[in-house]
Design a protein around this ligand. Structure first.
Ligand SMILES: [Zn+2]
Length: 363
């Protein structure tokens, strides 16, 4: 049986040549964003995406809101939701601690003074022996958050600018902490998927971007960010934009799928010819399949599948027959979209109309 000893494992500590950047914070950020992007796939599979952008005046509005409620019970949604919240929480927690450590190496640690050893407390109060007040353990999330904010009270020019950003956005971090803690109590507590879109696009992503720009965590995109798509639209920027004013759930859904493909896009093109050949062969072999150029990876590897369906009259004779597109999937970058995101070109990418609907009944 495996028994953990000091010989096992490897320490993945701080980023080289960067002051106070914990690598696992960036790994968590990557996981958080990826998990958030994955919420599109699970919602689309259950037919929830269209429910999210139905208007309040619609006769089915109440019914669709109920479907969104019930979707919280879906275990695939719970899985990606929990990963998203936990990892964003972990990212911000480590970032706050790294900010504190940049002011003083032990500022992120727990302080012993509230312990029960009167002798130590008296020594400190009477200023007798200089004592190390810190423990090995680092402080809790809320303590770290308040310490970063209270740095501003020091009136010192060396105080990091990020303290002001964190202070201005305190509520977002308090809410994130609450969402993470609530998961542990009395069963799983989750935000509905439309509420998650609001929280992430309007609060969490804008704050994460500002924190990354104004801290030692800047210029480390290779640790957490996806590769750039050929259309050069940035999914995080577009999701933040879609959350402003009247939130555009359809556009957010599109950029989640697009962002996930940017993460899975191959870094090397050594076997791209083979992938293109395979896509071409599938297109030739299956009549219901079109092969088009993918707007994420710019290869002719995006398969658009169609299905044929019909309605009959009382005698069973067909009264209408139609062919419609049902999904698009890229063999190279794994982009996977469905008609529930609308036409890709309506979101700013350059491509031909993707979803076809043709009535093919001939008299
Ligand atoms: Zn692609």
């Amino acid at each position: 049986m495996f028994r953990l000893t000091k010989e096992h494992g490897r320490m993945i500590g701080k980023v080289k040549n960067k002051e106070n950047v914990t690598k696992s914070a960036l790994a968590s950020l990557r996981l958080a964003i990826k998990s958030y992007f994955k919420t599109y796939q699970v919602a689309s599979e259950k037919g929830i995406v269209k429910d999210m952008y139905i208007e309040e005046v619609d006769a089915f509005y109440e019914f669709t809101m109920e479907r969104i409620d019930i979707f919280c019970d879906n275990t695939d949604y719970q899985e990606v939701y929990l990963q998203c919240i936990f990892h964003f929480h972990h990212f911000f927690e480590l970032l706050l601690k790294d900010v504190l450590a940049s002011v003083h190496p032990k500022l992120a640690h727990k302080v012993k003074l509230d312990g029960d050893n009167s002798a130590i407390i008296l020594d400190i109060l009477l200023n007798k022996n200089p004592q190390d007040l810190t423990e090995d353990n680092t402080a809790e999330f809320m303590t770290s958050l308040n310490r970063v904010i209270n740095l501003m009270k020091l009136n010192d020019t060396t105080i990091p600018i990020i303290s002001k950003i964190v202070s201005d956005n305190k509520q977002t971090l308090v809410d994130l902490n609450q969402l993470r803690n609530r998961v542990w109590h009395k069963g799983v507590y989750l935000l509905r998927i439309n509420e998650l879109d609001q929280f992430i696009s309007q609060n969490v992503l804008p704050l994460a971007v500002r924190c990354l720009n104004f801290s030692n965590y800047n210029e480390l995109e290779s640790y957490w960010k996806y590769k750039e798509a050929s259309s050069s639209l940035d999914p995080i920027t577009e999701i933040i934009r879609s959350g402003q004013g009247q939130i555009d759930y359809k556009r957010i859904a599109f950029f989640k799928a697009y962002g996930l493909a940017c993460y899975t896009m191959p870094a090397w093109e050594f076997d791209v010819n083979q992938v293109e050949e395979r896509a071409h062969a599938i297109g030739n072999a299956i009549p219901d399949m079109d092969v088009v150029t993918c707007f994420v990876c710019n290869k002719k590897t995006l398969l658009v599948s169609t299905e044929t369906d019909f309605d009959t009259d009382e005698e069973g004779a067909p009264v209408s027959i139609w062919v419609k597109s049902i999904a698009a999937e890229c063999l190279n970058c794994s982009l996977k979209i469905f008609p529930d995101i609308g036409e890709p070109q309506s979101h700013g990418v350059e491509c031909d109309e993707m979803w076809k609907f043709e009535d093919v009944l001939t008299e």
